[in-house]
Design a protein around this ligand. Sequence first.
Ligand SMILES: [Zn+2]
Length: 200
Amino acid sequence: MPIAPAAKISFPLDIPQVDVLATEQTRDNKFIITVESRCETTQCGVCKQEISCNYGVGQAVRLRHLPILGRETYIDIRPKRAQCPTCQHNPTTTQTLPWYAQRSPHTQAYERYLMKQLIGSTVADVSLKENIGYDAVLGVLERQVDKEVNWDEVDNLDTIGIDEVAHRKGRKRYRAVITARQDDGNVIILTVLNNRKKRR
Ligand SMILES: [Zn+2]
């Protein structure tokens, strides 16, 4: 009997303003999704005016994204570049997009996911489970420290959680992650506090 092709599904990629150019499954079972930004403008890095992306694309960037079917998933993008027509010496700028930070190896969605993995866990555990470097996980945690609460996305403060995340093994350094359970059951991270002493 001929082998039937595996059942397939398609679903929306939850990243705004991009087109998917290719999807690939690597031999070691990772998903690589190549995307292109639909947005044709960016802010000039010098004068801050909105300029059109007319200067090709930069080096490909690979960003870890939320897992699909439990597999490591990466987004590949070549960010668009723009040259300012009015600034002196016509400086070039690489387009920035709201769903990843420049120089971060992760999408913002994946960083939020990592933060949730950190609740009640340790940096070392999350690093092992997610197969990413200890310092990368620590960097995600550190970027959240003392970040202002985005009150717009908070609709319920009835159930607040305080969880300790071991920061440095053996050195008794902890971060306190403050969370709030929302009406839809989602747990959101309000903020991360510095150097909290572990309770005995
Ligand atoms: Zn400019």
